[in-house]
Design a protein around this ligand. Structure first.
Ligand code: PGA
Length: 251
């Protein structure tokens, strides 16, 4: 049985004080939540403050991105080792906003995924089609290519530890959610692709999160689907009550 894994992606929001306050509010309610895995991904400058609040709790901390080298002349970048050292357990890699605005490709995503494992971080690898791609009937082709290229040359036991986030680009921040059936169709397909490349053990173990306008009102139905093992939540993770609403549906 895969444990549900809900991650809040705070994107470039909340200053350090606000981030620590949100973490505190989540922590205060964490005891009443079910047996699920939870992570939050603050901006890099707030990671330490959030880790301070959440240390020893069941809420893990993720970085929103990393570089693939350990150290060196790469102005503005953070290495996975540095992110691990301050106490993050996870790192989001290849979010569609990184692909769209910052030139991420499947090749750079793949380098970052390898680097994350080297540093002892568990990657959350994002894939998803644009609206135009969906309308042209290319959804499966697009996500299959992204998945295979992003996970290239990983060992089976590494794959079992990572999380895939299926995030249709047209559903992110738009209020338009994929229907539970639409999402399940892609999730089942992705699991099939994992099976082909990495075998049944890995395919069964990998959590596939859905992301794109998830909120408390639609979480239960999405999470009830066989291959939807959690959510990557943007907007609705920025307020404690909204995020807790989703966490309660998952538990
Ligand atoms: P959203 O963002 O929940 O605001 O749609 C999801 C994401 O980008 O991870």
């Amino acid at each position: 049985m895969r444990k549900q894994f809900i991650a809040g992606n705070w994107k470039m929001n909340l200053d350090t004080k606000q981030a620590a306050e949100l973490a505190r509010a989540l922590l205060d309610a964490a005891g009443e939540l079910g047996d699920i895995e939870i992570a939050v991904a603050p901006v890099a400058t707030s990671i330490s403050a959030v880790i301070e609040v959440l240390r020893g709790s069941k809420i893990a901390v993720a970085a929103q991105n990393c570089y693939w080298e350990s150290a060196g002349a790469f102005t503005g970048e953070l290495s996975p080792e540095m992110i691990r050292e301050i106490g993050c357990q996870h790192v989001i890699i290849g979010h569609s906003e990184r692909r769209q605005f910052f030139g991420e490709t499947d090749e750079t995503v793949n380098k970052k995924v390898h680097a994350a494992f080297r540093a002892g971080l568990l990657p959350i690898v994002c894939v998803g089609e644009s609206l135009a791609e969906r309308e042209q009937g290319k959804t499966m082709e697009v996500v299959s290519t992204q998945l295979k290229q992003s996970l290239r040359d990983l060992r089976d036991e590494q794959v079992t530890q990572l999380t895939v986030a299926y995030e249709p680009v047209w559903a992110i921040g738009t209020g338009k959610t994929a229907s539970p059936d639409q999402a399940q169709e892609v999730h089942a397909f992705l699991r099939g692709q994992l099976m082909e490349t990495f075998g049944p053990g890995a395919a069964e173990a990998v959590r596939i999160q859905y992301g794109g306008s998830v909120k408390a009102a639609n979480a239960a139905e999405l999470l009830s689907k066989a291959d939807i093992d959690g959510a990557l939540v943007g907007g609705a993770s920025l307020k404690a009550e909204d995020f807790l609403g989703i966490l309660r549906e998952a538990g």
